[in-house]
Design a protein around this ligand. Structure first.
Ligand code: SF4
Ligand code: SF4
Length: 296
């Protein structure tokens, strides 16, 4: 089974729109939305949720006010200033309370409370889902606002998608990866069969692409490059393709700027469904060329 990941140097390059079209073109695939910090593949694939699970990562201090004797030791030790004085409802006693948004889960207060009044449960950071779509199964997730560890959630989403692909005898997993070069991207790339970097013909697009290609080169993953909206700056597009080749990546096609792509998004469709055919053909060519660069 092959696993193909679509990434970009930054958000807003059309990565998800292209990934959704690839989902429509792949005959026997399962899908994963690995862009867990800004998941939106579901907007185009209209998933019907079949399974929903909590995503837990790290721990959080939960202070039991009824057992607290108000010594203040925990607040004095917390380096993140996450514990403050409070009044106990009922008897009005001076106790302490944890701000869950400020708690970093280090555990110092838990181990130092003289009366063991602080619990330390796993932190629920979001949810992940297995859904049915018109193209096949999709694993996607939602991180709670402010929650961290999205790299761990990306790995989980990929792992679940591979598991489902195995169960359903799919020969391919297509992952909509996160943008950038941080931990979530590394989590999306590691062990992938091939990567497509979607970029735009701008100075910042060229700069971001160079950083991403360093990363994929480091992990020795076969890397293809697609320039979206190439006709906005054909010279820059030429330069980006030359730089991609020099970095060992393979340019696999260009997709022109067309308002039809936005119209398709508004309709909740992929471009290959909504058309026009000429634009859909450009995406088909990118897909075919990309698949051709990945070892069987
Ligand atoms: S260390 Fe324990 S008893 Fe003391 S204030 Fe904190 S929670 Fe209350
Ligand atoms: S677990 Fe660490 S960060 Fe959280 S409240 Fe306790 S001491 Fe502060």
């Amino acid at each position: 089974m092959k696993e193909l990941v679509v990434i970009s140097g930054k958000g807003g390059t059309g990565k998800t729109s292209l990934t959704a079209s690839f989902a429509a073109l792949a005959p026997n695939a399962a899908f994963a939305d690995g862009d867990v910090d800004a998941a939106d593949l579901h907007l185009l694939l209209a998933p019907a949720v079949r399974r929903r699970e909590e995503f837990r990562s790290g721990h959080a201090a939960v202070l039991r006010a009824d057992d607290c004797v108000g010594c203040g030791r925990c607040a004095a030790l917390c380096r993140f200033e996450a514990i403050a004085p409070a009044t106990r409802p009922g008897d009005g006693a001076r106790v302490f309370a944890v701000d869950p948004g400020a708690c970093e889960g280090c555990g110092v207060c838990v181990w130092n409370c003289p009366v063991r009044a602080i619990d330390f449960p796993e932190r629920v950071c979001g949810e992940w889902f297995v859904s049915a779509t018109r193209f096949g199964s999709l694993v996607h997730a939602r991180l709670h606002p402010g929650a961290e560890n999205s790299g761990k959630l990306v790995s989980l989403v990929r792992e679940q998608a591979r598991e489902i692909a195995k169960q359903e005898r799919r020969d391919l997993v297509i992952v909509d990866g996160p943008p950038g070069t941080g931990c979530p991207v590394i989590a999306a790339l590691t062990g992938a069969s091939g990567v497509l970097v979607v970029t735009e013909p701008t100075v910042s697009g060229a700069h971001d692409l160079a950083r991403v290609l360093e990363l994929t080169g480091h992990f020795k993953i076969p890397t293809a490059v697609c320039i979206n909206k190439w006709d906005l700056n054909p010279e820059q597009a030429d330069g980006i393709e030359a730089a991609a080749r020099a970095a060992g990546a393979t340019p696999v096609g260009r997709v022109r700027y067309d308002k039809a792509a936005t119209r398709a998004q508004r309709l909740g469709q992929t471009v290959v469904e909504a058309g026009p055919d000429s634009l859909a053909d450009e995406i088909r060519a990118v897909w075919k060329n990309w698949i051709g660069t990945v070892a069987p």
